[in-house]
Design a protein around this ligand. Structure first.
Ligand SMILES: *Cc1c(COP(=O)(O)O)cnc(C)c1O
Length: 329
């Protein structure tokens, strides 16, 4: 048995996006609300942390250490999980420190995480390693939560999310009435979500396609990293399944501006979802993934009668960081 805690609010709802779909003249659009997974405003890291925190407990850890950008959703949720389960938390955060903490960074502090600031991203791996070694030497029994929670253990969260989806689509009235689910579209970055979905697709027999829109990595890196992670995650379930880069579907056409850089495309996507569905995306991940999906709809990539599920991965607290809020409208 793989250790797992159960604190996510599951199953997350599936909703239709009829007004957005009509406005775009595109396929039928659904959304899977993993922005509603619970744990400090929710997001895709909750499902991973159910496995990661359980592993940390099993190893007798007392401190969770992780790293990410100043406005990392992953770090915010890791800090919340640490608080909830009685761990200390140290976060190694990269990028420009704002004069006052807001949004995810403010929440990190509320959860009592200790922040180690790394101005230059090129130093982050070294400082994360040193931070870990120091904590170990001080007897803090650290557990390293990898960037984005994307270890084979973390990826299991999304393998089981696919099982959850398969059960839901059997019962989802409009899918019963109108046919199958053809595509799952979502933002992919450190690859754990993507790897879990690809593994879950195989394990639970999902017939549609799993298309990751890259937030910041090349297609080549994603294909090789995601296939390796999916293979390694399968081993944890007892039997290794070998995934190849060629069977991972990734599109890196929308990340040219760089990580966390808000362009007209993300702004438009955030506004369209807000205006037509009253649904909030985030500026960094779901905004970019939705912008890619919208562009693909406009280019006729999906057929009119097809059904596309946008897997919402959360991240909305970043909307309130000055860095993004000042440029949103
Ligand atoms: C971390 C994150 C992602 C990317 O997930 P990975 O598993 O790292 O690829 C997507 N959306 C949001 C909101 C995130 O915080």
């Amino acid at each position: 048995m793989i250790p797992r805690l159960h604190f996510a609010h599951l199953p997350t709802p599936i909703e239709e996006l009829p007004r957005l779909s009509e406005a775009l003249g595109g396929p039928r659009l659904l959304v899977k609300r993993d922005d509603q997974t619970g744990l400090a405003f929710g997001g895709n890291k909750t499902r991973k942390l159910e496995f990661l925190v359980a592993e940390a407990m099993e190893q007798g850890a007392r401190t969770l250490i992780s790293g990410g950008a100043i406005q990392s959703n992953h770090c915010r949720q890791t800090a919340a999980a640490a608080a909830r389960f009685g761990f200390e938390c140290i976060l190694v955060l990269t990028g420009e420190m704002p004069p006052k903490p807001s949004a995810n960074l403010l929440l990190d502090e509320l959860f009592g995480a200790k922040i180690v600031h790394v101005p230059d991203r090129k130093d982050r791996d070294r400082i994360l390693r040193e931070t870990f070694e120091r904590a170990a030497a001080e007897g803090k029994k650290p557990y390293l939560v990898p960037y984005g929670g994307s270890s084979p253990t973390g990826a299991l969260g999304y393998a089981f999310a696919m099982e959850e989806l398969m059960k839901q689509i059997k019962d989802f009235r409009s899918l019963r009435d109108f046919g199958s689910l053809d595509y799952i579209v979502f933002g992919t970055s450190s690859g754990g979500t993507h790897a879990g979905l690809v593994l879950g697709q195989r394990l639970f027999g999902f017939k549609g396609r799993v298309l990751g829109i890259s937030i910041d990595e090349s297609e080549e890196w994603l294909k090789s990293h995601v296939s390796r992670l999916a293979s390694e995650a399968s081993e944890k379930l007892g039997e290794r399944i070998e995934f190849t880069p060629a069977e991972v579907l990734a599109n890196a056409d929308y990340c040219g501006a760089g990580y966390g850089v808000l362009t007209d495309a993300e702004r438009e996507a955030v506004k369209l979802f807000a205006k037509y569905e009253g649904l909030l995306l985030d500026p960094v991940y779901t905004g970019r993934a939705a912008a890619g999906m919208i562009d693909l709809i406009r280019k006729g990539y999906f057929r009119k009668g097809e059904t596309v599920l946008f897997w919402h991965t959360g991240g909305q607290p970043a909307l309130f960081a000055e860095k993004y809020a000042n440029k949103m409208i």
